[in-house]
Design a protein around this ligand. Sequence first.
Ligand SMILES: Cc1cc2nc3c(=O)[nH]c(=O)nc-3n(C[C@H](O)[C@H](O)[C@H](O)COP(=O)(O)O)c2cc1C
Length: 327
Amino acid sequence: MNAEALRALVAEAMLAPSVHNVQPARWRIVDSVTIDLFEDVRTRLSVGDPRGNDAGISLGAAAEGLRIAASRMGLALETHAAPTQTDAALVPVARFLVIEAGIPPDVLAAQVATRASWRCGFAMSSLTDRADVQHLSGPDCAVISDPAALTEAAHLYDAASYGYMRDHAFRAELRSWMRFTPGHPRWNRDGLNAAAMALGRVEAIGASVVLGSAFGVLDWCGVAPGLLAEGKKIVAATGVVVFHRSVGEAPFESGVAFYRLWLGIERAGFGAAVLAALADDPRAAQEIARMAGVPDGRRIVSAFRIGRRPVGGAIERARRSLDETLV
Ligand SMILES: Cc1cc2nc3c(=O)[nH]c(=O)nc-3n(C[C@H](O)[C@H](O)[C@H](O)COP(=O)(O)O)c2cc1C
C-alpha cells in the first residue's frame, strides 16, 4: 500500500463520531501495511467521562471507520495487539494490518461521508415514517415512536441533561469544547461549533451566557431549565432509538456497533442526534430501558433522536487535519 492510500484510510476513519467531537484517535502509519491506533489522553473528559467510557466508544467507532474505509478499497483489516507505550499522552489501543482481500465495500460505506449529527428539528413525520422507524429494531436496538412515550422520553432527557448541566465543572468542561463564534481558532477542527449545535449567531451568544456566568442566577430563578430544554425536539421526532449491549462489554466494542447502528439509521433515510444523557443518567437509563422493553442483562449504551431531515439541510463537519491526527 502506498502512503497516500493509508492516509486516505485514516482521513475517512476520522469522520466517525466522537464524544463532544474531541476526536481521541491518533494514528501511526508504521509501514506499508501497518497502522497503529492510539488514544490521545489529553482529550479525555475528566468530568463528563471519568471512566473513559465515551472515549472508548469513540475509539471503537474510529476503528470501525478504518475498517469500512479499507473495505472500500477491497482491503480487510487484521487486528493485532497494541504496540508498547512510548509516550505518556498516547495510550496504544490496537494495531491493524491491512490485507489485500478483494472484499466488497461494506454495506454501510456509502453513508460514511454524509452521516452527521442532526441537531435541528426534523421534518414532520408521516405514518409511513413512524412505521419505517420500527424496521430499525434489532437485537441491540429498540425503537420508541408512540407520541405519548416520546413525550415521556423528552421529560426524562431534559431532567437527566439538566442534572449534568447544574454541575459547574461539567459545564466548564463542555464550554471548553464549544466554539460559539466562527472566529474561534478551532471552529473547523474539533469540539462543538455553533453551526453543528444548530445555533444561530444570537442563540450562540445566548448559549454562551447561559452556560457561563449567568447560569447560577438563571438556575436560582428557575429559568435555566427552560432555556436548555431540548425535549420539544424529541416530542417532534419520528422516534427514539435505544441502543443496548450486554452488560460488561468493553466500550470499544460498543463503539464499533454504535457507529454501525448510526450508519444504518442513515441508510434507512433518517437523520439522528445522540441523546447520551438518557444512557448516562442511571435513573433515565432504567426508565428508558423499561419503556423500550429492553431485556435484563443489557446496558443502555446510548440513544438517538431520529427523523427525516428537511430538504436542503447540510452540516459542515469540524475535523482535525490529518497532520494533527498522525503521530
Ligand atoms: C460517546 C458519544 C457520546 C455523544 N453524546 C452526544 C450528546 O450527548 N449529544 C449530542 O448532541 N451529540 C453527542 N454525540 C455526538 C458527537 O457530539 C458528534 O459525533 C461529534 O460532535 C462529531 O460530529 P458528527 O457526528 O456530526 O460527525 C456523542 C458521540 C459519542 C461517540
